[in-house]
Design a protein around this ligand. Structure first.
Ligand code: SF4
Ligand code: SF4
Length: 509
């Protein structure tokens, strides 16, 4: 259980702004994707001879397509308000992990090629040429950003470093420089249907085994159905929910909610993954292609509702982009989108988060809890970045903060908040988001988790917190790995529906 080799930074009283350690993470470079993997997902396999022109051409294309990117390049006044807000800067002390410095990696090239001053007097305006060294520096530091958007909350101009990172990664992919972890996962989704490469028959076996386990545990025949045509709800959830701990405990909880409320539901072998790593590399075509699997599954199965499981970035993609990407929730106007619109039941939000569904059922009195079943837990809640800062729940401002907490309080008696300024929209990233959840970045992940570990330590030692709930598959996986490095048990992290699962009263419906 104890974390090996890499040493976690010493915990301090939060917040402490680190002294600068220039170059501290300059050698940290996530593994590169190989030629075959890159080509399979439509990018060049190696750096082409004309890479410079292609990269600048792509940057021009993105500046034209996304006006926000041009505004972000122009608007920064270097006020420094964002500089100490990034968990990777706080954990590594490397000044290039300050959000403004991360943006400047691209801004300097933007000025050289897309502004008059940068073309005429580059040195005076901090403009620089895109050299091979600059490209390598982009790769190192844009893969040290989890696209969490915390810095943007503090920027007076709302400059979003995550969008800059996405643009930089897309430019890098355009010239054949891709990250092994994200590119391989995108390839697996296309080939097999989910990030973990779990084929349909294995999924079927897993779900059958789960039904047996839950029956043995509760005496109730809760179903975990796959590919059931005519079910009311299609649940799309991260593939980690199918077998990883603690994720599977939440899947058990979703099934119990549907069972107790008497709602027919199904999982899909075609859309057996809610995650969409197309967003992490900023690539619209990949984002759309991956999202389309959900629409196809919904049409094939004839479902009336689409519900998304506990996954932070998946909920961002579903809530913010599915409408225009796929026509789920209005937006697209091609014949299949129109067909889907007429098929879905618009008395419900489309798509809906599993927390919205559970909370609605609690309010209607359709499900209830034996709260004492969670009495061995003193619980805190970690807001996940993409839910907190890039989506909403319940069609109300702040619903994404209110609803998960309300479910926890309905299912358990002991709840404690972490320090103000580190939760809600100012929450800290777990340290593993945005395509960084790979062992070749373990050192960065441990250091990036420091601010959250400091605030967790406060409530663990002060109020006896022994369970941190979260609604993101990446947060769960990251914390499971990282907690032991900070002296915590890996089992102290789990899903909101894990708590639901423990306490829900299983009715006869
Ligand atoms: S988006 Fe998050 S990880 Fe990236 S620079 Fe901002 S605070 Fe850091
Ligand atoms: S807070 Fe905004 S304007 Fe200020 S340095 Fe950061 S990105 Fe630039």
């Amino acid at each position: 259980m104890a974390g090996p080799e890499i040493k976690a930074p010493a915990l301090r009283e939060y917040p402490v702004i680190p002294t600068l350690h220039p170059g501290a993470m300059a050698e940290t470079k996530s593994f590169l994707a190989n030629e075959k993997v890159q080509e399979e997902i439509g990018f060049p396999g190696t750096l082409p001879d004309d890479w410079h022109d292609r990269a600048i051409g792509k940057m021009g294309e993105l500046l034209g397509k996304y006006r926000s990117l041009r505004v972000f390049m122009d608007a920064c006044v270097h006020c420094g308000a964002c500089s100490d807000k990034c968990h990777y800067f706080i954990g590594t002390s490397d000044p290039k992990n300050m959000p403004v410095a991360r943006q400047d990696l691209m801004r300097s090239v933007y000025r050289r090629h897309f502004t008059l001053a940068g073309k005429l007097v580059p040195r005076l305006v901090g403009a620089r040429e895109l050299t091979r060294e600059v490209l390598d520096e982009w790769y190192n530091y844009y893969y040290q950003c989890s696209e969490c958007r915390r810095c943007s909350v503090f920027c007076p101009y709302g400059i979003d470093t995550a969008e800059v990172t996405m643009a930089a990664r897309e430019i890098l992919d355009t010239v054949g420089i891709g990250q092994k972890y994200t590119s391989e996962i995108i390839g697996k989704v296309h080939k097999i249907g989910n990030n973990l490469g779990l084929p349909g028959p294995a999924l079927e076996n897993t779900l059958e085994g789960l039904e047996e386990d839950v029956k043995e545990d509760t005496g109730v025949a809760v179903r975990y159905p796959l590919d059931v045509k005519g079910a009311e709800v299609l649940l799309v959830t991260p593939s980690a929910d199918f077998f990883a701990e603690p994720h599977i405990e939440s899947l058990i909880g979703y099934g119990k909610v549907f069972h107790a409320a008497g709602i027919s539901w199904t999982l899909s072998s075609k859309a057996s993954e809610a995650g969409n790593f197309g967003m992490f590399i900023g690539n619209y075509e990949q984002l759309r292609k991956i999202a389309m699997r959900v629409r196809e599954a919904a049409l094939d199965l004839g479902v009336k509702r689409i519900v998304v499981g506990e996954c932070g970035h998946a909920w961002r993609v579903a809530y913010s982009f599915w409408n225009t990407l796929t026509g789920i929730g209005d937006g697209a106007h091609d014949p299949f989108a129109i067909q889907l619109q007429s098929q879905l039941d618009h008395r419900y939000r489309q798509p809906m988060h599993i927390c919205e569904l559970t909370w609605d059922l609690i309010q209607q009195g359709a499900i209830s809890f034996d709260k004492e079943a969670n009495d061995h837990r003193i619980i805190t809640f970690h807001d996940s970045c993409n839910v907190a800062r890039a989506s909403r729940m319940g069609d109300m401002p702040g619903g994404q903060f209110v609803i998960p907490r309300a479910i926890i309080k309905a299912a358990a008696n002991h709840y404690v908040e972490m320090a103000p300024g580190t939760t809600h929209e100012q929450t800290f990233c777990c340290g593993g988001g945005g395509g960084l959840l790979t062992d070749d970045l373990l050192d960065l992940r441990i250091k990036g988790a420091l601010p959250r570990m400091e605030t967790l330590t406060q409530v663990a030692s002060g109020q006896g917190v022994n369970f941190m709930a979260t609604i993101c598959a990446i947060c769960k996986a990251q914390f499971t790995k990282i907690l032991p490095y900070y002296g915590f048990k890996m089992g102290m992290v789990g899903g909101v529906h894990q708590l639901v699962s423990t306490a829900i009263k299983l009715g006869d419906k």
